[in-house]
Write a protein that binds this ligand. Structure first.
Ligand SMILES: Cc1cc2nc3c(=O)[nH]c(=O)nc-3n(C[C@H](O)[C@H](O)[C@H](O)COP(=O)(O)O)c2cc1C
Length: 199
């Protein structure tokens, strides 16, 4: 069985442009994996709390010594990391909100990047601990940033994914969606998805 983890973060839910692109991606991916299973992590329907001192304390306390509240916090992080570990591939639908990822998606990464579990520091610097696997970023935005060198969203996504060991990242961009020719941009992104080859 091949498992695809779909990380969904548009506040517009299924109506979001990134969600619609993800639907197209999932159709293509499942068509090329006969035994495909898709796990949906919907960060808007099931929001993750902002990372705070309670979370830091819970995750830095030994499992056997955690209070009931800390166990609950750690269980969520374990669940989210488990989904990433079990996946054979990951697709992240990432709209741009205020030049960055939605805060819901940031909160997910705050739980995933965990010292001693998904990364560790060595004398040579940080080392990602997740097994490498393909990650597909579907980045939608109203304006144009890539060509202008003003995209701070996708480079950050690649940086944090690489930090936890996920360096095999493919980016599909749909830009200029609020600039008049959204249909053409979505079609170009769908064509780019069609051109992907999946193992
Ligand atoms: C709260 C909010 C903030 C946004 N900020 C930006 C932005 O900084 N730059 C931009 O190009 N588009 C921005 N947009 C437009 C979205 O990136 C664009 O509509 C995108 O396709 C939304 O994806 P979604 O429909 O999957 O949520 C913003 C949209 C919203 C709702």
């Amino acid at each position: 069985m091949s498992q695809l983890l779909f990380v969904k973060s548009s506040v517009f839910g299924d109506g979001g442009q990134s969600s619609k692109l993800a639907d197209h991606f999932i159709q293509r991916w499942t068509a090329s994996h006969a035994d495909a299973q898709v796990v949906v992590r919907d960060l808007v329907d099931q929001p993750i709390a902002h990372f705070d001192l309670n979370a830091i304390s819970a995750l830095s306390t030994e499992a056997a010594e955690r209070s009931p509240d800390q166990q609950e916090i750690a269980a969520l992080s374990d669940t989210l990391i488990g989904e990433v570990q079990r996946a054979d591939a990951i697709v992240i639908a990432a709209p741009m909100y205020n030049f960055a990822v939605p805060s819901q998606l940031k909160a997910w990464f705050d739980q995933i990047a965990r010292n001693g579990v998904t990364f560790r520091y060595t004398e040579n610097g940080p080392e990602g601990l997740l097994d490498n696997k393909p990650v597909y970023i579907l980045a939608t935005r109203g304006g144009q940033y890539h060509e202008a060198g003003l995209d701070y969203q996708v480079p950050w996504l690649k940086l944090i994914l690489g930090f936890v060991g996920l360096n095999n990242v493919e980016v599909i961009l749909a830009e200029g969606l609020n600039m008049g020719d959204a249909e053409q941009s979505i079609q170009a992104a769908q064509s780019a998805i069609n051109a992907l080859s999946f193992n």
